[in-house]
Design a protein around this ligand. Structure first.
Ligand SMILES: [Zn+2]
Length: 170
């Protein structure tokens, strides 16, 4: 990756300087330490509004306001991934989505996922357009899942003050 480019959108031709180290690999371990969790986000100044909204039960997406674009995107980026406009703001999503694809996870050695198996990792299509990686909850019969299944957002507190958006059938 060329130095000095935005770490969130390394494809961005504007070469915005991102913060240092966000996606750099952590120190290699032979096995995960017991106190390490792999399910919690690392909020920073840019993503703080997203996590604060999630804690209040709102799902935010980013929308471009450039003429002839107007597209929404997710995950959040500072510039539009379609047209590179910086005229992008947070917007509350409807929370409605449809199921695109999924996988029932029966084994995950990264804590704390091992204590949660089986769970359903999914990719959903938000009503506003963006595709989002998430988890399906309240899913009693994974065999009954099908593409296009109508979903709605829900929220789960994973640690004190850390809430993540998930989805369930509606
Ligand atoms: Zn755009």
């Amino acid at each position: 990756m060329p130095s000095g480019r935005c770490r969130r959108c390394p494809e961005c031709p504007k070469g915005k300087k991102g913060e240092k180290g966000r996606f750099e690999p952590s120190t290699p371990r032979t096995e995960p330490a017991m106190d390490v969790r792999f399910d919690l986000p690392e909020a920073d100044a840019f993503t703080r509004p997203y996590w604060d909204a999630a804690a209040e039960g709102r799902l935010l997406i980013r929308r471009c306001h450039a003429p002839a674009c107007g597209r929404a995107h997710h995950y959040p980026r500072e510039c539009c991934p379609r047209c590179w406009s910086e005229d992008v703001t947070w917007e509350r999503a409807s929370g409605r989505a449809t199921l695109y694809t999924w996988s029932v996870v029966h084994r995950n050695d990264l804590p704390p996922f091992g204590a949660r198996v089986p769970y359903v990792a999914a990719v959903v299509d938000l009503a506003e357009g963006p595709r989002m990686m998430t988890e399906l909850v309240d899913c009693e019969e994974p065999a009954a899942l099908r593409p296009g299944l109508p979903l709605e957002v829900a929220f789960r507190e994973r640690a004190e003050g850390v809430t993540v958006p998930v989805f369930r059938a509606r």
